[in-house]
Design a protein around this ligand. Structure first.
Ligand code: G3P
Length: 215
């Protein structure tokens, strides 16, 4: 399973990239707003640090506006993926971009038929928001399982990118479900290597060695 970071914060991206296992980055308008920076300048900075796919979301919600904004985003670097909402206009833009050879990430996917439609339109990535489904007493992982089955039934190449990940258990469940990519907030990435038995075991190894041999 590939690991992306879900942030627009350049320090977090640099720190996560330094781990050596980061495959890409996702951003969204809310994450950019938190940073209070020029979106395109930040996207260019991110693309300098991470060579894998970097999702750049459009703000426009109409087809023509999405095409214009997406084309501008795509000029920033060759690893930019244009992120579009899963709406009627977004689907049209997805098809047009995929016909032009521009990769897309279809965001705000909340049900399996949205996933089927964007795959038919040639999306490179699709982002089911699992945490937000859990927030409204639905089952985010159930959507992932259904999407995996539909894509496998028909051999769709669109990658399932689990988004709105809130905790490590989501990542375990995604990996077991055959999710292609998980995009994870920095705080949760840091939790991925944690286990109290690792810490106590390491402490004991070092203490035992020092007791026997000094140092
Ligand atoms: O990038 C989209 C997604 O990951 C948002 O997550 O936590 O705002 O639901 P969240």
């Amino acid at each position: 399973m590939q690991l992306y970071i879900d942030t627009a914060n350049i320090d977090e991206i640099k720190e996560a990239a330094a781990l050596g296992v980061l495959d890409g980055v996702t951003t969204n308008p809310s994450l950019i707003a938190k940073e209070k920076i020029d979106y395109r300048r930040r996207l260019a900075e991110i693309c300098e640090v991470v060579k894998g796919p970097v999702s750049a979301e459009v703000i426009a919600t109409d087809y023509a506006g999405m095409m214009k904004e997406g084309r501008e985003h795509a000029k920033i670097a060759s690893n930019i993926v244009v992120k579009l909402p899963t709406t009627v206009d977004g689907l049209r833009a997805c098809k047009a971009f995929s016909d032009e050879g521009v990769k897309t990430n279809m965001t705000l996917c909340f049900q399996p038929l949205q996933a089927l439609m964007v795959a038919k339109a040639g999306a490179f990535l699709v982002s089911p928001f699992i945490g937000r489904l859990d927030d409204v007493a639905e089952d985010g992982m159930d959507l992932i399982h259904k999407m995996r089955q539909i894509y496998d039934n028909y051999g769709f190449q669109t990658k399932i990118l689990a988004a709105s990940i809130r905790h490590p258990k989501h990542i375990v469940d995604c990996a077991l479900a055959g999710t292609d990519v998980a995009t994870v907030p920095f705080g949760v990435i840091k939790q991925m290597l944690n286990h109290p038995l690792t810490d106590s075991g390491l402490k004991k190894f070092v203490e035992d060695y020092r007791k026997a041999f000094g140092g």
